[in-house]
Design a protein around this ligand. Structure first.
Ligand SMILES: *Cc1c(COP(=O)(O)O)cnc(C)c1O
Length: 470
């Protein structure tokens, strides 16, 4: 399989290059698979639902089979995924896809753990360590740190802004030993990112160390996220006959989004033949994409802070991949799009709990409310041509092709729950007046000693530190 550059179609690289480079630094473009192969029939038409790992294996074969032998793909999958993606029904036509059963309790574990093992595989014949530098404003750093911890041949330095991430997030970053360490930088997230970017362009450092990033734009983080879409869509189709007597339902994925990597992975799964009918692109007050879907004008903007902070992205990088894959009209036919503000998010956490008993986190809550509104009159209004105001929270006025299926009661929704509610315990308890239970693996982390290293926000100091410590 070859990978093309979104900005220069004459570029074609193999999987190894796409993974180790992350992006094409010459053009600033992102890598996308040249074609999206179909998943094999024996997988899609099985009478029983294949396991998550079976799907992971078959999908990876298609993308990397010519470069990684089958036995190695199998070890990568087994080692990356000792935890499940779980489908939980919360009412007759709504399922939650729980993506928080990994070590850091957020969906980024799925992408980061796969990427770490693939990078390690491609690095195995090198004598030198591959040094990963990553700046984080919270969740990415912990997923990456955890994913690369003890993975052979790799070494990770995480930079985070002192005092600007939650205490739990800080614990998740700062308690690693061995090949992963965290620098607590006296500055903002942007300062951290600048230090990392400057290091990547520093010829002297690059001669000395093999450097790489673990950025969310890496194709090795997107592909594995398609596994759980395929799994969930098949599982839901299978269960529907029992749960709600709908034969052959339209399966709609409601995806709480920031950088739109997760949603792009869903598009990949659908193109490969997963039984997904459509998507709801759900954002918080950073509604760059809903505005684009409404007006056709894409306008990146500075991000604003919200309760669903992992979605606080004003310039979603995967817009570029979505545009590479689809025309504007195709997007409007495939997606409903929706945004929700902070008061709406609190209300959604409460309402979801009141109606279903399920405790949802502030990110998942945005997706849940979007689906709830679609099936409780929202789609009907759009089909009747009633205007919506894009400056207010809610749906944008485009009617996706699957809109009719909602009216005909042939649609079921899958809400992606991207983080465990206890990671955002304060906000959740503000909404429902009880604390979500904290999983053991998070409680354990709270007790570990802080190993972070204080770092001045100064490139010369940072570089000096890298040279003496890596
Ligand atoms: C990163 C993240 C998101 C947003 O995912 P994108 O792929 O950036 O759209 C949503 N929820 C949580 C909990 C996250 O960590």
């Amino acid at each position: 399989m070859l990978y093309k550059d979104t900005r220069d179609t004459s570029v074609a690289v193999d999987f190894r290059t796409a993974v180790l480079k992350g992006m094409n630094s010459k053009t600033g473009g992102l890598f996308v698979p040249e074609t999206l192969p179909k998943l094999p029939d024996h997988l899609l038409s099985k009478c029983t639902v294949p396991t998550f790992r079976e799907i992971a294996l078959e999908t990876t074969r298609l993308f990397a089979g010519s470069e990684i032998p089958d036995a190695d793909i199998q070890s990568i999958i087994i080692d990356a995924y000792p935890f499940p993606a779980q489908v939980v029904p919360i009412d007759r036509i709504t399922y939650v896809l729980e993506l928080f059963h990994g070590p850091t309790c957020a969906f980024k574990d799925f992408g980061a753990r796969f990427m770490a093992r693939v990078m390690s595989y491609f690095n195995k014949d090198e004598d030198d360590l591959l040094h990963i530098l990553v700046a984080t404003s919270g969740d990415t750093g912990s997923a990456v740190g955890s994913a690369f911890h003890n993975v052979p041949g790799l070494d990770v330095t995480i930079l985070y802004p002192t005092g600007k991430i939650s205490p739990l997030q800080e614990k998740q970053l700062s308690t690693f030993t061995g090949n992963v360490r965290a620098l607590s930088v006296d500055g903002t997230f942007d300062d951290c990112q600048k230090l990392v970017k400057t290091a990547f362009t520093d010829e002297q450092l690059r001669k000395r160390f093999r450097l790489s990033s673990a950025n969310s734009i890496n194709i090795a983080r997107l592909l594995p996220q398609s596994f759980y879409y395929t799994y969930a869509a098949m599982e839901v189709k299978h269960r529907c006959a029992l749960d709600n007597k709908i034969e052959n339902p339209a399966v709609i994925m409601s995806v709480p989004s920031g950088n739109f990597g997760n949603l792009t992975s869903g598009l990949i799964a659908r193109e490969m033949g997963a039984p997904i009918t459509g998507f709801i692109a759900a954002t918080n007050s950073n509604h760059t994409i809903p505005d684009w879907i409404n007006s056709g004008i894409y306008e990146a903007r500075p991000s604003v802070q919200t309760y669903s902070n992992a979605m606080d992205v004003g310039a979603p990088s995967n817009y570029e991949r979505i545009r590479y894959m689809y025309s504007y009209d195709q997007v409007r036919n495939l997606f409903a799009s929706y945004w929700l503000d902070n008061p709406g998010t609190l209300n959604a956490i409460k309402k979801c709990n009141d109606l279903t008993g399920y405790i949802i986190d502030p990110h998942g809550a945005v997706g849940w409310q979007a689906w709830y509104d679609v099936i409780h009159g929202g789609m009907e209004k759009l089909i009747k041509g009633e205007k919506t105001n894009p400056a207010e929270p809610g749906l944008t006025p485009n009617v996706p092709e699957w809109g009719k299926a909602v009216l005909n009661k042939q649609a079921v929704g899958v809400v992606l729950e991207t983080a465990h509610p206890s990671k955002f315990g304060e906000i959740v308890s503000q909404a429902i007046h009880k604390e979500p239970p904290i999983p053991d693996r998070l409680q354990k982390i709270m007790k570990l000693p802080d190993m972070s290293i204080k770092m001045k926000n100064d490139y010369a100091t940072f570089k000096e530190w890298l040279i003496s410590n890596l």
